[in-house]
Design a protein around this ligand. Structure first.
Ligand SMILES: [Ca+2]
Length: 94
């Protein structure tokens, strides 16, 4: 994929290649913010007892499959539930 992109970039007029790089640099943080917002919404919907903490069972019941899969890693202090802050950390560290 990288080789294809390099070849493509070399063939493109440099101004256009520059624009492409600018677009991807601008688009990435926006996509990350959207994804984080979506996760926060899902978090609130899945937090069935509304205590601001998400257990693995709440995440499962809420259909947050990625959160369930990464639960132990996201729960960085290992206390058995995750917070919005821990989800934000996870999104930033990807
Ligand atoms: Ca909860």
């Amino acid at each position: 994929m990288r080789m294809v992109l390099d070849t493509l970039t070399r063939r493109l007029p440099s101004a256009f290649a520059g624009a492409l790089i600018t677009i991807s640099a601008v688009a990435a943080p926006v996509a990350l913010a959207d994804e984080t917002e979506e996760l926060k919404t899902k978090f609130a919907a899945s937090d069935s007892n509304q205590d601001g903490k998400l257990t693995v069972d709440e995440a499962k019941a809420g259909g947050m499959r990625r959160i369930v899969r990464g639960f132990d890693r996201i729960d960085s202090d290992g206390d058995g539930f995750i917070t919005v802050e821990q989800i934000e950390e996870m999104m930033k560290s990807r």
